[in-house]
Structures are given as structure tokens and as C-alpha cells.
Write a protein of this length. Structure first.
Ligand SMILES: Nc1ncnc2c1ncn2[C@@H]1O[C@H](COP(=O)(O)OP(=O)(O)OP(=O)(O)O)[C@@H](O)[C@H]1O
Ligand SMILES: [Mg+2]
Length: 427
């Protein structure tokens, strides 16, 4: 059963590249739909169609026409911004995909809050505001409370998200959220004001096939504090008390159904309060980014990329763990904004360190972490024992020295060494 044709929407990110590799390794012909400004990494692509994803109707037409010509049998994406387009294309072509009528609710966080609330999922109170009067109204709403979070409607990677602790910060935070709108959701108007959910951050990685969901793992996250929140580490599988896990799976299952995920991955971000109460921050109809796919592979032996290709083809996917280890990814961030002058001690791949990725060139401008895209690099540590893996990751992180010629030296840590990426992720 090889030789089928698979189409990826966007093939440029690491998860997309891994999907392309997995599909090619299974003998499939891999094609991609790409934006002109984001060319696909060419190696294993059999062909591509260039389209403008910012014009979704047009993109769906271009992609379905191309897919029909090429006899495409599966369409999938790892790109957060394209999950609705993927659902619409699958529906047009009659391929396994998510509910095209609900798919926008996994992209538009205002619609998401409505459908999740209606489905009985606990979410932070979310207000959509369009002007200063509505912003003021939301800030004084006792259900929103303080602190609160101001964010774009359809953002990703923490872009434009601000934790606001005083009303004086709100107008600037709303501007930041507005400016962060991506080229894919220019149509969205307004920004969101959301109640702050206090607690520890987790995500649940799930795969749904024919409407039946398998929860693969719970992931513990480390996130920077302060006004801008950036994920600095993920670890899985995270252990939570059985009652909490049951509640978590119930909430996440309801969220998956509510946003119409029927065939494919989902990544649901959740805050667990000290009393065990779960709040769903958001759900995405795609595999978790931040190398979570690699963690699943190394900790649990699940080839998630191959599995997702099978799911998209409507074939049974191998989702059962074949290993029972632990894996963590740590992200390296700059101590302050400036020009990157040197990096020392960044780990090399080897036993127990299956993956490393450095993105920032020496001499290039860097920023202190404000959004996920500011992260400079990442490394994965894996092994059979959770505590040992976390300790090793901790040790490796401490050996990394990032030096920056600071734009504003007083904002830099005294020794200009990297201090982030040392998250406290309890196994
Ligand atoms: N309502 C909230 N309560 C508490 N923290 C929040 C809330 N909303 C956002 N945050 C914090 O801000 C981070 C980024 O927010 P959010 O996940 O909504 O943005 P995003 O752009 O979708 O990011 P990503 O794509 O990385 O998931 C969260 O991981 C969390 O740390
Ligand atoms: Mg998020």
C-alpha cells in the first residue's frame, strides 16, 4: 500500500519537515502547498502549489484543484494558521479531516471560548473588545478580574500575549495584541481580554481517528514569568494524580469534540490549579510544536509523524507506546536584546541527547525572550528515568553560555550569560 500522494499545507517548519520525511519514508509521494514567501524545503517534495493562505477561499480553490490533478489521498498540516484551511480542503476532496464548519473554533480564540463553554469545558472568562470603552468595560468585569491576559484572537507562539497586572498597562497590551495579528488573520477585528488562570501549565497531546480520541501524553511546561510568557521547556509524560488525569482527559475530550476534530492531532493547553481544577487555555487542531513530536518518539516510542500520515490517509495508526521513558526539551534564550557574540557549551547530539537545534547566527540581532520565535535553540534529553533526565537537562542548560553585545547593557544580566532555559519541570 505505497505510492499514494500526500499533500502538506506548508512544509517549512520542523514539524512539517518531519511529516514530509515520515510520509516519504513510507513510500508516499509528498507534495506541499506553500506560500510564496515561505518556500518549502525542497529535498523530499515531489511537487508544490504556491498559494496565498491569507485569502483562504482562493487558497482552498488552488489547493483542491492541485490535489485533484495529482490524485492526492491525504491532506494535513502542522501549521497552526492553516488548520481550518486543511479542514476545508479535506471536506472539498472527501478526505479524512476535521469538521469544516467547526474548524474555525480551533483558530479563533473568541469562537473557541464560546464553543468550549457551551460544551461544558472550563475556560477562562473571555471578552472580545474592539475599542477603549469595551476594553475598560472588560477590565472592570469582576469575572475577568486582575491580573488578566490580553491577546490576539488568532495568535500563536505567544505573539502579542500580555499578562496585565494594572489597568494602566491595558491600552498598550491591546495595541501589542492588534499588531501581532498574523498575515493569515487580517480579517479578525478586536482583541481578547481573558481572566488569568493561576496554576501549573500542561498540555495534552491527542490523536483522533474516526472521532475516537487517544490521549498520548500529558506534557508539563516551563514558562517564563512576567508580562510576556514564553515556553522554555516541555517534559513528557508528566504524572498527575489519577483523579486530575481523569478530569483532564474529560475536559480535553469535550474540547476536541467541540471544535470538530475528527481525524488528526490536537494539542490542548491546560492550567491545573493547586486544588486540581483544570482550565483549558486553548486547543489547536495540530500536533504540539516545540519538538513535542520528538519527545513522544523518544519517551514513548510513538512515531507520531508516521501515525499522523496514516490518520490523514484513513488508515489505522500505531499510537500505543512501545517505550516507557521520559523526554524533555529545553529552549535557550538570550539574556537581553542585542547582537549575539558567542555561544559556548551548547550540547551536541549523543547518547541521551537525540536532538539539538541552534537557530541564531553569531552576529545576528537577538531579543530577550518575549515570544516563542525569540528562542535561540533547543535540545532534547531522554532516558528511562524522569528525575535523571530532568537533572541532566538542568546540568546541560547550566553549561550553556550565551553572550550578547547588549543594545541596552543595564537591561542585561551582569555576566551576560544565558539564564533562561533552566525551567523547573518536576517529573
Ligand atoms: N488566561 C490565561 N491565564 C494564564 N496564563 C495565560 C492565559 N492566557 C495565556 N497565558 C500565558 O501566556 C502563554 C501564551 O498564551 P497563549 O497560549 O494563549 O498564546 P499562543 O500565542 O497561542 O501561544 P502558543 O502558540 O505558544 O500556545 C500561555 O502559555 C500562558 O503562559
Ligand atoms: Mg498557547
Amino acid at each position: 500500500m505505497t505510492g499514494t500522494t500526500v499533500l502538506l499545507l506548508d512544509a517549512a517548519g520542523p514539524e512539517s519537515a518531519a511529516l514530509a520525511r515520515a510520509a516519504a519514508a513510507r513510500g508516499h509521494q509528498v507534495h506541499a502547498a506553500t506560500a510564496a514567501e515561505r518556500p518549502a524545503p525542497a529535498p523530499n517534495l515531489a511537487g508544490r502549489v504556491v498559494t496565498d493562505f491569507a485569502r483562504p477561499d482562493r487558497a482552498v480553490e488552488d489547493i483542491t484543484a492541485y490535489a485533484r490533478r495529482r490524485g492526492v489521498e491525504a491532506v494535513l498540516t502542522a501549521n497552526e494558521y492553516l488548520t481550518e484551511t486543511a479542514a476545508l480542503v479535506c471536506a472539498e476532496l472527501g478526505l479524512p479531516g476535521n469538521d469544516p464548519h467547526l474548524a474555525h473554533a480551533a483558530r479563533d480564540k473568541a469562537a473557541m471560548a464560546s464553543v468550549l463553554t457551551a460544551a461544558g469545558v472550563h475556560v477562562p472568562c473571555t471578552r472580545l473588545v474592539h475599542d477603549d470603552a469595551e476594553l475598560h468595560d472588560a477590565l472592570t468585569d469582576p469575572v475577568v478580574g486582575s491580573p488578566c491576559v490580553i491577546k490576539p484572537i488568532g495568535g500563536a507562539g505567544s505573539a502579542g500575549v500580555t499578562v496585565v497586572t494594572s489597568p494602566a498597562q491595558a491600552a498598550a497590551a491591546a495595541d501589542t495584541a492588534r499588531e501581532a495579528r498574523s498575515r493569515y488573520d487580517r480579517g479578525a477585528t478586536g482583541v481578547l481580554v481573558q481572566a488569568y488562570a493561576a496554576g501549573a501549565e500542561y498540555s495534552v497531546e491527542s490523536v483522533t481517528q474516526e472521532g475516537v480520541t487517544t490521549h498520548l501524553a500529558v506534557t508539563r511546561k516551563a514558562v517564563t514569568g512576567g508580562v510576556r510568557r514564553v515556553e522554555t521547556g516541555h517534559s513528557l509524560p508528566a504524572r498527575v494524580p489519577p483523579a486530575t488525569e481523569t478530569a483532564l482527559h474529560r475536559q480535553v475530550g469535550a474540547a476536541i469534540r467541540a471544535v470538530g476534530i475528527r481525524h488528526g492531532a490536537s494539542h490542548t493547553e491546560v492550567v491545573i490549579a493547586p486544588d486540581g481544577r483544570c482550565t483549558v487555555l486553548e486547543i489547536a487542531a495540530r500536533l504540539g510544536a516545540g519538538h513535542i513530536g520528538i519527545l513522544l518518539q523518544h519517551a514513548l516510542g510513538i512515531d507520531i509523524f508516521a501515525a499522523l500520515v496514516d490518520v490523514a490517509l484513513g488508515r489505522p495508526a500505531a499510537l500505543a507506546p512501545t517505550a516507557h521513558g521520559h523526554a524533555t526539551v529545553r529552549f535557550v534564550t538570550a539574556p537581553c536584546a542585542g547582537r549575539l557574540t558567542s555561544v559556548a557549551g551548547f550540547p551536541k547530539p549523543g547518547p541521551g541527547v537525540p536532538f539539538v537545534r541552534w537557530r541564531a547566527a553569531i552576529g545576528s540581532p537577538v531579543k530577550a525572550a518575549g515570544v516563542n520565535a525569540d528562542r535561540l535553540g533547543a535540545f532534547v534529553v531522554t532516558g528511562p528515568d524522569a528525575a535523571e533526565v530532568e537533572q541532566r537537562a538542568e546540568l546541560l542548560a547550566r553549561q550553556i553560555h550565551v553572550r550578547v553585545d547588549a543594545a541596552t547593557p543595564e537591561l542585561c544580566e551582569p555576566d551576560q550569560l544565558n539564564s533562561a532555559s533552566r525551567p523547573d519541570i518536576a517529573p
